[in-house]
Design a protein around this ligand. Structure first.
Ligand code: NAP
Length: 311
C-alpha cells in the first residue's frame, strides 16, 4: 500500500467500475485532496500517489462490506453497471444483479457508515416522447436497462441527503485507461481507416463530454447537494448530426457519416426517440460548467495532449 493511501488528512473516495470509461475520467481528475480507491474486477491499471486499486468481484457477497470496513470511505462514486442496452435486454438476471442489487448493497453500506453515494443514472430512463426532460420529470423506461436504472435511482433517493443521482446524457470522449464504453473511440477508429459509420438520425440527445462528467461527479462527491442532477450538454441534436460534428472536428470527411435510418436491427432493444435533458436546475447548483458539444470536443482535443497524457 503506498504511504499516502492511509493519509488521514485526505478524504477517502471509492470509485466502482474503475476499468470503465466514465470512471477513468474520475480517476484521472481526482485532486490530491482525495485518497482514491478504485474498485474493479480487473487488474490495477495505472498508478498515482493518491490512487489505490482493489481488485475484487463486487457481486460476491461480503466483498463490498469488507472493502468498506478496510477503506471507511467518505464518498462513493458508483459508475459500475451493465451499460449496454442490448446486453441488459438479453441477460436480465445479470443486469438486475449488477445494476440493482450492487447498488442496493452500496446504498445499505453508505446508510450504515454515513458515506455519501453518487450514483450514475442515464438519460434513457425517459420515454423519449416528451423531451426536453427536467430533473423533476417522471421516468418512463422503454427497455430493461432503463428499468434497472429507475429501480436503482429509488434506492439512492432513499438515502436522503447522503445520496445524489447524476443522470448522464450520452457521454462523448476518449477513454483514459482501458477501453470502456466509448463510442467516440470506435467512431474515430473506423473513420481513420476510411470506413463509413452510421448513426440513427431519429434519436436525439444532449451529449456531454466525459471530462465534464468526471469533474461534476467529483464535485458531487465532495459536496452536500442532494437529489437529481442532469449532467448533459447544451447542444440538442440527432446522433447522425453528432457523428457529422465529430467527423468535422477530428478532420475526417463528413460523407463517411451515414444516417442509419429508422430500420431496427434484429435483437436491438427498444430505444427512446428523444431523451434531451434540460439541466437548468443542475447548472444552478454545480460550479462545473456544462458545455456545448463543440466546447466539449475542444476540451477532449486539448486534453488528449495534457490530462490524458498523464494517465
Ligand atoms: N457512457 C455513456 O454514454 C453513459 C450514458 C448514460 C449513463 N451512463 C452510466 O454511466 C456509468 C458509467 O458508464 P461507462 O460508459 O463508463 O460504462 P463502462 O465503460 O461499460 O463501465 C462500466 C463498468 O461497470 C463494471 N461492470 C460491468 N459489468 C459488470 C459486472 N457484471 N459486474 C461488476 N461490475 C461490472 C465494469 O467495471 P470493472 O471492469 O472495473 O469491474 C465496467 O468497466 C454507468 O452506470 C452507465 O449506466 C453512461
Amino acid at each position: 500500500m503506498p504511504a499516502s493511501a492511509s493519509d488521514p488528512s485526505k478524504r477517502r473516495l471509492v470509485v466502482t467500475g474503475a476499468h470503465g470509461f466514465v470512471a477513468g475520467s474520475v480517476l484521472s481528475q481526482a485532486g490530491a485532496d482525495w485518497q482514491v480507491h478504485a474498485v474493479s474486477r480487473g487488474e490495477p491499471m495505472a498508478g498515482r500517489d493518491n490512487l489505490q486499486w482493489h481488485s475484487c468481484d463486487p457481486l460476491v457477497p461480503g466483498e463490498l462490506a469488507r472493502l468498506f470496513h478496510e477503506v471507511r470511505p467518505h464518498a462513493v462514486i458508483h459508475t459500475a453497471a451493465m451499460a449496454d442496452i442490448d446486453v441488459c435486454q438479453a441477460k436480465q438476471e445479470l443486469a438486475r444483479a449488477v445494476n440493482i442489487e450492487f447498488t442496493r448493497t452500496l446504498a445499505k453500506l453508505c446508510a450504515e457508515s454515513g458515506a455519501r453515494l453518487v450514483f450514475c443514472s442515464t438519460d434513457t430512463i425517459f420515454d423519449g416522447e416528451h423531451a426536453p426532460y427536467g430533473e423533476d420529470a417522471a421516468p418512463g423506461p422503454v427497455n430493461f436497462y432503463a428499468e434497472t436504472k429507475v429501480a436503482a435511482e429509488k434506492l439512492v433517493s432513499g438515502l436522503g441527503a447522503q445520496g445524489a443521482i447524476a443522470r448522464l446524457s450520452l457521454v462523448v470522449g476518449l477513454p483514459v485507461f482501458g477501453a470502456g464504453n466509448s463510442f467516440l473511440a470506435k467512431t474515430i477508429a473506423s473513420l481513420k481507416q476510411g470506413r463509413a459509420v452510421a448513426f440513427p438520425g431519429h434519436e436525439v440527445r444532449t451529449p456531454v463530454d466525459v471530462i465534464t462528467v468526471g469533474r461534476a461527479l467529483l464535485e458531487l462527491a465532495g459536496g452536500t447537494q442532494r437529489g437529481i442532477f442532469h449532467l448533459a450538454g447544451l447542444t440538442r441534436l440527432s446522433r447522425f448530426e453528432m457523428g457529422q460534428t465529430i467527423a468535422r472536428r477530428f478532420g475526417f470527411p463528413q460523407d463517411l457519416v451515414k444516417d442509419q435510418g429508422p430500420a431496427t436491427t434484429p435483437g436491438r432493444a427498444p430505444r427512446p426517440r428523444d431523451v434531451s435533458l434540460d439541466n437548468r436546475q443542475t447548472r444552478a447548483q454545480l460550479k462545473t460548467p456544462m458545455r456545448t458539444l463543440d466546447e466539449g470536443l475542444s476540451l477532449i482535443l486539448e486534453s488528449t495532449n495534457t490530462l490524458y497524457a498523464r494517465a
